[in-house]
Design a binder for this molecule. Structure first.
Ligand code: AMP
Ligand code: MG
Ligand code: MG
Length: 306
């Protein structure tokens, strides 16, 4: 089955197995306690866990799919990793499923894999480990089509650490139970560490009943998927393509929408600018266009949106 499955199914299955291994590396670095924190810019941290998880993911996926373009948050990676970090398995459970017909003939050169080896680094260093995710997003030409969101510090009922959520457009999602957000309320999930006046102005424009401030794009989209929030609002530049590719694919495979604050999808081909300059607006079970309409024109203009 594995050898003959269409390449998108093998890329997804390999990404699921690799994200789990990266999650183990992230737990190990925290256990050892020496995080090796570097500030890459203003309010933009990197730790030993970000670096090691990225090396594991890029080396493993490059070895399996040498002609697929892979872009990781932490830049060019050393492909010489120990065998323990080189993941060759393909998730068997995922491969049991049929490939949606629209992706059957996609070729390796049509893919870009966007990797955020550790989303929510600020929260990782501050002990809010449940916000941390590993994100592997699979774009076909311009579109976010498949995604993996792995939560290394999620405690399963049997005590096992970590869970892996996946989504593939045309197939659906797996790894969690979808829950609708409570009716009669409007709960926003947003940043806890990258706010500014412009962003606050956008938040104020929604008649929200609650604002949840949590870390990471992956964790915020999980809150939508599990019915903890109705919309994810981030009305300022700062998120990058590796933050949104996997969450967008998983959310949209579940019937939701992730766009910029103008309601337009970002493009995920290999040549795009990495920064999502026009912010992020995501929702599930809502009238997305209506939410776009609530963002003040002044805020949209400030980020260069129509
Ligand atoms: P947050 O919602 O603040 O947790 O951000 C989601 C993702 O976008 C994380 O990976 C952040 O590192 C990144 N991000 C958002 N805003 C910025 C910023 N101003 N500078 C650097 N990274 C940012
Ligand atoms: Mg990130
Ligand atoms: Mg990161």
């Amino acid at each position: 089955m594995a050898a003959t499955a269409p390449v998108i199914m093998r890329v997804m299955a390999s990404s699921i197995s690799t994200a789990k291994r990266a999650g183990g590396i992230i737990r190990d670095v925290l256990k050892k306690g020496d995080l090796g924190i570097v500030d890459k810019g203003k309010n933009d941290l990197q730790t030993e866990a970000d670096r090691c998880a990225q090396r594991c993911i890029i080396a493993s996926l490059t070895k399996k799919f040498p002609t697929v373009k892979i872009i990781g948050e932490e830049g060019g990676s050393d492909l010489n990793v120990c065998d323990d970090w080189l993941v060759s398995e393909l998730d068997e459970g995922f491969l049991q499923q049929s490939c949606p017909s629209e992706w059957e003939d996609v070729k390796p050169e049509d893919f870009v894999i966007w990797v955020d080896p550790l989303d929510g680094t600020a929260e990782y260093t501050q002990g809010h480990v449940e916000h941390v995710t590993v994100l592997i997003g699979i774009a076909v030409k311009d579109s976010a089509v498949g995604g993996i969101i792995h939560q290394p510090f999620y405690k399963q009922p049997d005590g096992e650490m970590g869970r892996t959520i996946w989504g593939l457009k045309g197939l659906g999602t797996g790894g969690y139970t979808a829950v609708p957000a409570p009716p009669g309320q409007f709960i926003i999930t947003t940043t806890r560490s990258h706010s500014n006046a412009l962003h606050q102005q956008a938040l104020n424009a929604f008649a929200s009943t609650e604002v949840l401030k949590v870390g990471g794009a992956g964790f915020k989209v999980l809150q939508l998927l599990e019915g903890k929030a109705h919309a994810y609002v981030f009305a300022t530049p700062g998120c990058k393509k590796w933050d949104t590719c996997a969450p967008e694919a998983v959310l949209e495979a579940q019937g939701g929408t992730l766009t910029n604050i103008n309601g337009d999808h970002y493009a995920y081909n290999a040549d795009v600018e990495h920064v999502n300059r026009q912010g992020v607006l995501a929702s599930l079970g809502q009238n997305h266009a209506e939410l776009v309409g609530k963002i003040p024109a002044e805020v949209r203009a400030a980020v260069g949106a129509k």
